[in-house]
Design a protein around this ligand. Sequence first.
Ligand code: MG
Length: 265
Amino acid sequence: MFWAGRDTLNEIRSLGVQCGQLGVPGDLELTPQLAAEWKTSLAQADFPLATVFAAYNGEEYTDIPTVQRTVGFIPRVTRQEREKRTLQVIDFASAIGVKSFACHIGFVPEDTSDPDYIEVREMVRRVADHAAKNGQSFALETGQEPAEVLLGFLKDVGRPNVGINFDPANMILYGTGDPIEALTVLGPRVVSVHAKDGDWPKKDQPGALGVERPLGQGSVGIPQFVAKLKEIGFRGSLNIEREAENQQERISDIRKAVGYLKGLA
Ligand code: MG
């Protein structure tokens, strides 16, 4: 996934990337003109998008308590404004011809009678129904809860167009479980994936997140991940996600990741 402007599409292509996901920051004004420009740019660059991904104003990923407090649909104070924003991003995605929307919804409580669980489930249903009107799927990003909890939530939501954007590194960064086992559990619901790597959180630092690593250098076991994707019959794109110290390192890591993944094909 690449949080980029339209002018960088050619640069991304030059890295050997053939398709991708578009990240939409919370403060980006989504106008019909912007959608028309993106549609043209994507067509000119011959760059298909699998997904439009939303981030929201006020989200922070410093550590697990901060994620719980600020990310996705879970925080009560921003829930209403984020629902409105989500529907706008979905319509923007539709306007540029993208058939899947995704975001982090935040930490889903394990207790299904928790008021936040119930309200967020209802919100996911409304969002999914809006996406369904455009013929789109809604993919929830993995990582913040164990596979079984997420699967139980999906079943409870009960909408056929709701699935998963599977991020194997997140399972490790949040300490929620072995990603290859999780993929076995969640396989039939996987709509799209992130190719990302990382190491587990340090045991002596409660609440800390693990550390993201260049693809192939972390604890995911990317060859096993790719093999498992083939085994379950996944046919979508491998979307490289990389947050590095700086843009130069990021570009360099993405270029290496493309070569690394091609070597596994
Ligand atoms: Mg991800």
